[in-house]
Design a protein around this ligand. Structure first.
Ligand SMILES: [Zn+2]
Length: 61
């Protein structure tokens, strides 16, 4: 389901997802997250469950 409303990040009226973030900002967000994961030595192309496990190991290990 798509709707058009103000994106919470760029304030442009665009088609947004359930978090009210437009596709453009979403891509930027994902790129940022991938960069952060890489900086932490985690492969961002790993399955989310593997990344979550790796992060948990770092936080709780
Ligand atoms: Zn946006």
């Amino acid at each position: 389901m798509t709707k058009k409303t103000e994106c919470v990040i760029c304030d442009e009226v665009r088609v947004v997802d359930e978090d009210e973030i437009c596709a453009e900002c979403h891509e930027e967000n994902e790129a940022d997250t991938a960069d952060e994961l890489r900086a932490a030595g985690i492969d961002p192309t790993d399955a989310p469950v593997i990344i979550a496990a790796e992060i948990a190991r770092r936080v709780f290990g």
